[in-house]
Ligand binder design. Structure first.
Ligand code: RTP
Ligand code: MG
Length: 136
């Protein structure tokens, strides 16, 4: 079933010059970019995006990281896009992510792991509305 998901190319992806490489992987897979924006977010936006994590011990350094510079937010669309993006992204801890995935091939950190992808239809709906309130 065609669906939409929210991806972030986190500040490490922009700093390392990997935006083209990462977007290309999503596009080559067959997903379509239906909205995209580069922006630097503040702590309040980080708190909203990561609402489920704000009370966790790893959140303060994560907040620092995601607000540390420009990132690229995009909405991708395609068959089973939510699951497909998470498969392409690979495991959260990039040190353990499988080769062939974005994190497995291009990152070596549990925090600076290049990408975010919505983890459920409910999360995708909430995150798309948060990042792209004018998208229909
Ligand atoms: P994301 O939300 O960014 O797509 O990543 P995910 O679902 O694979 O991982 P999640 O558990 O939602 O964690 C969100 C982000 O927090 C950072 N993190 N740091 N123990 C740690 O230091 C730790 N655990 C998670 C990562 O940047 C992770 O992507
Ligand atoms: Mg997550």
């Amino acid at each position: 079933m065609s669906e939409r998901t929210l991806v972030l190319l986190k500040p490490d992806a922009v700093r390392r010059g990997l935006v083209g490489e990462i977007l290309s992987r999503y596009e080559r897979k067959g997903l379509s970019i239906v909205a995209m924006e580069m922006r630097t977010i503040d702590g309040a936006m980080a708190d909203q995006h990561y609402a489920e994590h704000v009370d966790k011990p790893f959140y303060p350094p994560l907040r620092e990281f995601v607000t540390s510079g420009p990132l690229v937010a995009a909405v991708l669309e395609g068959d089973d896009a939510i699951e497909v993006v998470r498969l392409l992204n690979g495991a959260t801890d990039a040190r353990k992510a499988a080769a062939g995935t974005i994190r497995g091939d291009l990152a070596l950190s549990n925090r600076e792991n290049l990408v975010h992808g919505s983890d459920s239809p409910e999360a995708a709906k909430r995150e798309i509305a948060l990042w792209f309130p004018n998208l229909h």
